[in-house]
Write a protein that binds this ligand. Structure first.
Ligand SMILES: C[S@@+](CC[C@H](N)C(=O)[O-])C[C@H]1O[C@@H](n2cnc3c(N)ncnc32)[C@H](O)[C@@H]1O
Ligand code: SF4
Length: 333
């Protein structure tokens, strides 16, 4: 199955920007009134009230703007938990982003509830696209559910409106509501630390050792893919395209002159750990581009490799996510 299938002409605008890695993910609360057995939210975030912009906790409007600027974001996605539980946080964040980046900064919002007109009105002019996630139990009677009324209300208020759900048994029933939607996005069901137990209980397993995709989940979406409003987003696509493109944007904005940016958007540099904070003569004499912090000296990995025998201390090549992100690999030199 291809990464995103269905006709690209109808691909939601939010998806187009996500494809380019240009969407900042704003996680507004870990609280949620639902308890989906497959919920992938980490223990760390679940039920908490911290706000995250991508992977970073943010505590002020400046933090949010800084994160968006760092990745040259062209849009944001609002998620959680349940964003409607903190509607004021959502309204303030969207207003901030639209005022700072202009009205073209595209914002889509995920929700597990069926929002009413009263709940949707404050988001008018701030959120462009709404993605409803009706519970699996209501898929079979979707047209008689409150979600169908939300679709109608959202459309009347001028939002782009779609449904986004994981690929689970019974998904074919959503065909009934397709004529009323702008799009139906199906996420390949993903395995996470927090839903692993529930997956095992249902006899589900990982598709392969590479991604978090659940075996057999992709095939469930297949019968709906003849409709151009339907798009399938694979787990592999999220890892390989969406994440890589976002990292590349961040790396392009934040890498130091001596950092090498990889194809995957990670950065590679050399780390010298000295026994004291006296800079070795060869580093003082030459005009190498270095960054010194106490007994640690960072430089281009190839400079460190070249000077290896002239330098005291521990030497390694570091690969990590950009902008001080997690370290992926440490290779001793
Ligand atoms: C984690 S939810 C958070 C926002 C909101 N509570 C909701 O459910 O839409 C964001 C998206 O992830 C999808 N999702 C939830 N569990 C998933 C899983 N195990 N695998 C893939 N997608 C999942 C949902 O359908 C939703 O579109
Ligand atoms: S509605 Fe969303 S956040 Fe809430 S439990 Fe379900 S998947 Fe998790």
């Amino acid at each position: 199955m291809s990464e995103i299938t269905g006709s690209t002409s109808r691909l939601a605008r939010g998806c187009v920007l996500c494809y380019e890695g240009a969407k900042m993910v704003l996680f507004v609360t870990g609280r949620c009134g639902r308890d989906c057995w497959y919920c992938p939210i980490s223990e760390k975030r679940r039920n908490g009230d911290l706000v995250y912009a991508n992977d970073r906790v943010v505590t002020s409007p400046d933090d949010i703007i800084e994160e968006a600027e760092m990745m040259s974001a062209l849009g944001s996605s609002i998620t959680g938990g349940e964003p409607f539980l903190v509607l004021d946080v959502v309204v303030n964040a969207c207003r901030l982003l639209k005022e700072h980046f202009g009205p073209d900064h595209h914002i889509h919002l995920y929700t597990g509830i069926a929002p009413t007109e009263k709940q949707l009105l404050p988001l008018r002019g701030l959120v462009d696209e709404i993605r409803l996630h009706p519970p699996q139990e209501v898929w079979g009677r979707i047209l008689d559910s409150p979600y169908a009324r939300s679709v109608e209300t959202a459309r009347r208020l001028g939002f782009s409106i779609g449904i986004e759900v994981p690929s689970l048994p019974g998904i074919e029933a959503l065909r009934a509501i397709l004529p009323d939607l702008d799009f139906l996005n199906i996420n390949e069901l993903e395995w996470s630390e927090t839903n692993a137990e529930a997956m095992r209980l249902r006899g589900l397993d990982l598709e392969d050792g590479l991604h978090n995709a659940v075996g057999g989940a992709a095939a469930l979406a297949e019968p709906l893919l003849d409709d151009p409003k339907v798009h399938f987003c694979s787990s592999g696509f999220k890892d390989s395209v969406q994440l890589r493109e976002r990292l590349r944007r961040i790396a392009g904005n934040t890498a130091r002159p001596f950092d090498e940016i990889t194809e995957d958007g990670t950065i590679v540099y050399g780390l010298l750990e000295l026994e004291d904070d006296v800079l070795p003569p060869v580093l003082r004499e030459h005009i190498y581009d270095i960054e010194v912090s106490g007994d640690k000296v960072e430089m281009a990995w190839w400079v460190l490799a070249e000077l290896k025998d002239e330098l005291p201390g521990k030497k390694s090549v570091i690969e990590r996510y950009p902008n001080g992100g997690i370290i992926l690999e440490v290779t001793p030199l």
